[in-house]
Write a protein that binds this ligand. Structure first.
Ligand SMILES: Nc1nc2c(ncn2[C@@H]2O[C@H](COP(=O)(O)OP(=O)(O)OP(=O)(O)O)[C@@H](O)[C@H]2O)c(=O)[nH]1
Ligand SMILES: [Mg+2]
Length: 355
């Protein structure tokens, strides 16, 4: 199968879907007073924290059928098999096989993966432009997303997902545009209310404002006409994701197609992997670029602080040395004066007694 490398996936003007990809929706930084505090924003069961959590995850959030399983599997397959700036390698064979099996089922047997039934962790080594990050991802039933962020139910699965969000270094929010534009109220609420709650929680955590967030509109092959009708990616997001954008003003929007579709004999859509996916790596590359830029800035700040500390310590030492010197010369001078006075007195006595 002759597939282009992730970096050479076609973009405009070969954009057969005629929707612009990779648009930034930067509405400017929200003034800090508008960011709710953790106490205000964290609904049960999202725990309030005041120390920064350890951040080691790339978190994919999405309701059921948003396309999480297929996106993660196809992204892995592309980044494992193709040369490009983004490489992903599973830490263990079990994860590697599980991800590639999803792709093989679609490729060889034209079978969609079943809905995910239980949370499963994917330990991944992500290499971007030669720099490495160990990241964990989680594939979970979209139903857990609804229970955690819409129904705010506390159980083992929702606690696990919320902990996952708490430890996010970067976030991909997967939304099927058709659900927002034409879905039933309850379905659309997952992508609207649920996403907003998850983002409020993340941003109320220490350091949460700096976590890069990509809004990923999925299935752009099927949704191309819908997206074009509402002003392409940016227009669609402004129209249907207003609450999310207000919560995360500096969100970056992407459109992806993980799998192409052909109609089976009974008209059912079947996966067709003969044609390449679209835009899979863009959201992760954006996150990596932000994560590394932040780490670079943090290292620079740490180096600056260490330098300032050293300068301050040296200044203190210089002052102490100066004081010690001053004390030494004061003592010497005092002794000299006392000596001169004593010699004078002794001389006076000698002169007086010899008279
Ligand atoms: N046309 C098209 N359909 C897709 C694409 N990705 C996913 N789908 C369709 O969306 C369905 C759901 O995809 P999944 O990846 O299983 O969704 P999920 O978010 O993991 O769903 P849960 O496991 O229920 O949470 C698939 O069965 C496909 O029919 C895509 O890139 N293009
Ligand atoms: Mg799934």
């Amino acid at each position: 199968m002759d597939m282009p490398t992730p970096s050479s996936q076609p973009t405009s003007p070969d954009d057969e879907f005629h929707i612009d990809e990779d648009e930034e929706l930067d509405l400017g930084d929200t003034p800090s007073e508008e960011i709710p505090s953790a106490e205000d924003s964290a609904p049960h069961p999202m725990a309030v924290m005041d120390t920064p959590p350890q951040r080691d995850r790339i978190v994919v959030l999405g309701r059921t059928r948003a396309g999480k399983t297929i996106y993660l599997a196809r992204l892995y397959e592309q980044c494992w098999n193709q040369e490009g700036p983004l490489r992903i390698e599973a830490h263990d064979g079990r994860t590697h096989l599980a991800l590639l099996n999803v792709v093989e089922e679609m490729q060889e047997h034209h079978r969609w993966p079943p809905a995910t039934e239980a949370n499963s962790y994917l330990d991944l080594q992500i290499t971007w432009k030669g720099r490495n990050l160990t990241m964990v991802s989680l594939d979970y039933p979209g139903e857990v997303f609804r229970r955690a962020f819409v129904q705010q139910v506390e159980d083992e699965d929702t606690r696990e997902l919320i902990d996952h969000v708490r430890r996010a270094s970067a976030m991909l929010l997967l939304i099927d545009p058709k659900v927002l534009a034409t879905g039933r109220l309850g379905e659309a609420a997952d992508d609207d209310f649920g996403m907003v709650q998850a983002m409020r929680y993340l941003r109320s955590l220490p350091g949460g404002m700096d976590v890069p967030i990509a809004l990923v509109l999925t299935k752009i092959d099927e949704n191309a006409a819908l997206l074009r009708q509402h002003g392409k990616l940016r227009g669609f997001a402004l129209k249907f994701c207003g609450n999310l954008i207000r919560t995360v003003p500096r969100i970056r929007i992407f459109g992806v197609c993980a799998v192409r579709v052909r109609r089976g004999s009974n008209g059912q859509p079947l996966p067709e992997l003969g044609r390449p996916p679209r835009g899979l790596t863009g959201p992760v590359e954006f996150c990596m670029q932000r994560v590394f830029a932040q780490r670079h800035a943090e290292n620079r700040n740490r180096a600056m602080t260490a330098f300032k500390d050293r300068v301050q310590r040296e200044e203190v030492r210089a002052v102490i040395e100066e004081r010690t010197n001053d004390r030494f010369w004061l003592t010497v001078n005092t002794l000299l004066v006392v000596g001169v006075v004593l010699v004078g007195i002794v001389t006076w006595f000698i002169v007086k007694s010899s008279n």
